[in-house]
Design a protein around this ligand. Structure first.
Ligand code: FEO
Length: 169
């Protein structure tokens, strides 16, 4: 495989683990507000991000590529309201979409159809991730200012359960 693509795949492992870290930090923030449902939502999100990292790692292993695990950055955002992590999450997911698109672009340039096929799952996943993040913002703006509305939203997010990714390598 093209070295540049291998390096981007390796870097994406780190980026996905960083995403998990970022969402754990958001879970801690919501826990500090006693919004346990939102905290649960981001705990589950962190598990999904760990799964994404492991999928990139497994894909590299399956292709005989050397995996190098790098240090994970410290999540250094601070939040001043329950809305702010939601906005940060949406912005972060758009950034991750751009990363995935960039790897896809390189794979396409290199006629690396195998990597393109692998990345197809992530292209769809990013559409869902952005949509979910945007919906959380809209719903908070619609209902979250009212204590009862916020309570109901929090209850709903408390019900989010982890499910393993549909992609198996
Ligand atoms: Fe791994 Fe939220 O994208």
């Amino acid at each position: 495989m093209n070295e540049k693509i291998a390096a981007l795949l390796n870097d994406q492992i780190n980026k996905e683990f960083y995403s998990a870290y970022l969402y754990l930090d958001m879970a801690n923030y919501y826990d500090s507000l006693d919004l346990d449902g939102y905290a649960n939502y981001y705990m589950v999100q962190a598990q999904e991000e760990r799964d994404h990292a492991l999928l990139f790692m497994k894909y590299m292993q399956n292709n005989g590529l050397k995996v190098t695990l790098e240090a994970i950055g410290k999540p250094d955002k601070t939040y001043a309201s329950a809305l702010e992590p939601l906005e940060a999450a949406a912005e972060h997911e758009r950034y991750v979409t751009a990363l995935i698109n960039n790897i896809y672009h390189e794979a396409h340039q290199d006629k690396d159809y195998r990597t393109m096929k692998f990345l197809d799952w992530f292209v769809n996943e990013q559409m869902e991730e952005e949509d979910s993040a945007d919906t959380m913002i809209s719903r908070y703006k619609l209902f979250g200012q009212d204590p009862k509305g916020l309570y109901l939203l929090d209850q709903e997010y408390a019900a989010r359960a982890y499910t393993a990714p549909s992609l198996v390598l």
